[in-house]
Design a protein around this ligand. Structure first.
Ligand SMILES: CC(C)(COP(=O)(O)OP(=O)(O)OC[C@H]1O[C@@H](n2cnc3c(N)ncnc32)[C@H](O)[C@@H]1OP(=O)(O)O)[C@@H](O)C(=O)NCCC(=O)NCCS
Length: 286
């Protein structure tokens, strides 16, 4: 049977079908039931000019794209096709819809970011312009102990002024404080101060648990005065994450004092988990 597909603009009555397809396509949204519905409804309210769906000959929605046109750039936010209908050009139809809308508005560049669909975008003429690398370490089955010669304790609110002095840079401290307060409610124990046995501060690390996977602890901030102490601070954080029962530790590069090569030598791998990944930034000139 030949199925005919038709592209059209997204309507409020499509929300449920779109959420279902999203939840079958993106693991991170499937684990947060409210997330995709909220995003789609918000976009239908605020800016729907680049929201499209494809329906089959029975009028069932089988794919959607949430794009946007702002200034001199168009973007693809989310695009997904029902698993039974993939590989038939529907993804391409949806991309083209956003590109055509962008052209109508005089826009000449479309940008997107993706962890897994790079081959799909490249097929339609997108080029990778930047890699945001994330790496991951499986903590289970590994010997994890406190690095030699260090002490670890949780950062208390009252430590904040002392840390401003330690960092000696207001902007750096603000980056730290932003990560610290983000972790404050759910992950207070994952903000750690690492000192020598003589109580000299070597560095700090702040992490957060991942909303979509409780098995993952992600490092959100690391600071050391001496680059040579970075591995000690990272390994201290691994110790805390492992003690708190996380299976994986994830980091987004760059991290102060630590290179990708060093992480690879220590057994870290490229992050390709459905809830923590390396991301490719892609661009197409129209
Ligand atoms: C990526 C996606 C939207 C493509 O939709 P589609 O209708 O199958 O796309 P098309 O038929 O137009 O193009 C198919 C091409 O996509 C690529 N592709 C197919 N499956 C893919 C996958 N799982 N991952 C990456 N690329 C894939 C291939 O290059 C394929 O080309 P080929 O048929 O010549 O081998 C669809 O696979 C999907 O919904 N995936 C899950 C959600 C997702 O990853 N979205 C994009 C990230 S935001």
């Amino acid at each position: 049977m030949v199925v005919e597909y038709k592209l059209r603009e997204m309507r409020p009555s499509d929300v449920l079908a779109v959420v279902r397809i999203a939840n079958q396509s993106f693991l991170e949204t499937a684990r947060l039931g409210w997330l995709m519905g909220r995003r789609i409804v918000q976009r239908l309210i605020s800016d729907r000019e680049c929201l499209f769906v494809v329906e089959d000959s029975r009028g069932e929605v089988v794919g959607f794209v949430v794009g946007g046109c702002r200034g001199d750039r168009a973007t693809i936010g989310w695009i997904a096709v029902h698993p039974n209908h993939r590989g038939r050009g529907i993804g391409g139809m949806l991309l083209k819809a956003v590109e055509d809308r962008a052209r109508e508005k005089g826009i000449r560049v479309v940008e997107t970011g993706t962890p897994f669909a790079r081959p799909f975008y490249e097929k339609y003429g997108y080029e990778c312009v930047h890699v945001e690398r994330s790496m991951i370490l499986e903590l289970v089955g590994r010997s994890i102990s406190i690095p030699e010669g260090v002490r670890i304790r949780t950062i208390m609110l009252d430590d904040l002024p002392m840390l401003l002095e330690f960092m000696g840079d207001e902007d750096e401290w603000l980056r730290f404080a932003s990560a610290y307060f983000a972790a404050y409610e759910n992950d207070p124990e994952k903000a750690i101060l690492v000192t020598s046995e003589e109580e000299n501060v070597l560095g700090v690390a702040v992490g957060r648990s991942d909303k979509t996977c409780s098995e993952l602890a992600a490092l959100s901030y690391l600071f050391v005065k001496e680059k040579g102490d970075a591995v000690k601070v990272l390994n201290s954080f691994a110790y805390v994450a492992s003690s708190r029962g996380h299976r994986w530790l994830g980091v987004e590069l760059p991290i102060m004092g630590i290179t990708e090569e060093l992480l690879e030598k220590m057994g870290w791998q490229d992050a390709k988990l459905p809830f923590f990944w390396t991301r490719y930034r892609l661009r197409k000139k129209l």
